[in-house]
Ligand binder design. Structure first.
Ligand SMILES: Cc1ncc(COP(=O)(O)O)c(C=O)c1O
Length: 389
């Protein structure tokens, strides 16, 4: 048997993640591996925490990357904050809200759903009504940027409602961190998780999380031990915590953390507000190009995510074939619809390093050529928010 080294094709990653990784991040990951308790590494960990506090706009000392992908960040929040019998309101307007519900189920919690049509944001009035009808709810969980639909929810308002009803909040910021305004302290978010591979443009596999004092107090008051050893924050903090005496918890993914450090340094160099503005600017360019092709956005304009654009599949089009042609002929990856939206939308990411005008032009011109090649009808139609309603 002779298997050669793997050399991946050079793609432009315009799907729902991972996004293109900047050469500076890849170069950082190729630096020599050192021990994960080496003083030099520990110093870098402190910098990663500081840089993440900046990205999240928080002073929370419990801010760190979990050594696993965004799904593990999600589980970290739920396994630490939910105990059997706890009532948790979960807002579901796409795939990832559904996963939050599954987490609550598996932990023996009682999920109470606030459901919205996929493609719509979470409706704050429904959350308010639900909390009025259920007085003993402990937690409210929702997804800030629903990657499966491209909808942005009003995190600030949802947190404010939850707090008014005495609930803590868990917020999924996997696709929002670094791409759209997100202010953990100002909005009072209690527990939040994200991912390295979206608007931070690092490689996949790390999940930044942050917990405020109220959330930590809830963990301290638990009646039962956290049911996951690996994700138990009281243990992980011995390694990532503020004390100079770090204790072994697990072997940190050393080189992956070099990459996250570099990605966050780049975010700091650009400035968070500038990064948000860049994502918005490039979305507007994409919108102009897409509309010129006669295609429709799936999400209402006022709740669209600039970094994740759901575009309705044109009538009579085979969406998998279009994606396959973009990949084979243009080395361009875009995403398919998930779950109920499979076959109905394309998901076009403009996240992190991918979010630039060159990529907007590449996508629009490639799609135009493919549409012409397939001789799709001039009335492209597709599913718009108005038609969905
Ligand atoms: C909103 C949201 N939450 C959670 C996840 C899970 O992250 P990961 O795939 O890194 O485990 C994703 C991934 O796409 C996501 O978009």
């Amino acid at each position: 048997m002779s298997i050669n080294s793997f050399n991946p094709p050079l793609r432009t990653l315009m799907g729902p993640g991972p996004s293109d990784v900047h050469p500076r991040v890849l170069a950082a990951m190729g630096r020599p591996t050192i021990g994960h308790l080496d003083p030099a590494f520990v110093g870098m960990m402190d910098e990663v925490k500081t840089l993440l506090q900046y990205a999240f706009q928080t002073r929370n000392s419990l801010t760190m990357p979990v050594s696993a992908p965004g799904s593990a960040g999600m589980e970290t929040c739920f396994v630490n904050l939910v105990e059997p019998g706890d009532k948790v309101v979960v807002c579901v307007n796409g795939v990832f809200g559904g996963r939050m519900k599954e987490n609550v189920d598996r932990l023996g919690g009682i999920p109470i759903l606030v459901e919205d049509t996929w493609g719509d944001p979470v409706n704050p009035n429904k959350l308010e009504d639900t909390l009025r009808n259920h007085r003993d709810v402990k937690l409210v969980a929702f997804v800030h940027a629903e990657t499966s639909t491209g909808a942005r929810s009003d995190a600030k308002t949802l947190v404010e409602i939850a707090h008014r009803h005495g609930c803590l909040t868990i917020v999924d910021a996997v696709t929002s961190l670094g791409g759209i305004p997100l202010k953990v302290d100002e909005w009072g978010i209690d527990a939040i998780y994200s991912g390295s591979q979206k608007c931070l443009s690092c490689t996949p596999g790390l999940s930044p999380v942050s917990f405020n004092e109220r959330a930590i107090e809830k963990i301290r008051q638990r009646k039962s031990p956290v049911p996951s050893w690996f994700l138990d924050l009281t243990l992980v903090m011995g390694y990532w915590g503020g004390s100079s005496k770090r204790t072994y918890h697990h072997t940190a993914p050393v080189n992956a953390l070099y990459g996250l450090h570099e990605a966050l340094v780049m975010l700091q160099e650009e400035g968070l507000e500038n990064a948000w503005a860049r994502h918005e600017h490039n979305y507007r360019a994409l919108r102009a190009g897409v509309e010129k092709l006669g295609l429709q956005f799936f999400v209402r304009e006022d709740s669209r995510l600039p970094q994740l654009n759901a575009i309705a599949v044109p009538v009579q089009a085979d969406e998998a074939h279009i994606r396959q042609l973009l990949l084979s002929d243009y080395n361009l990856e875009i995403g398919a619809g998930l779950g109920a939206l499979a076959g109905r939308i394309f998901r076009v990411g403009l996240m992190g390093h991918t979010s630039n005008l060159k990529n907007v032009l590449l996508f629009v011109s490639a799609l135009e050529e493919v549409i012409a090649r397939l001789r799709l009808p001039a009335d492209r139609g597709g599913e718009t928010p108005a038609r969905r309603a």
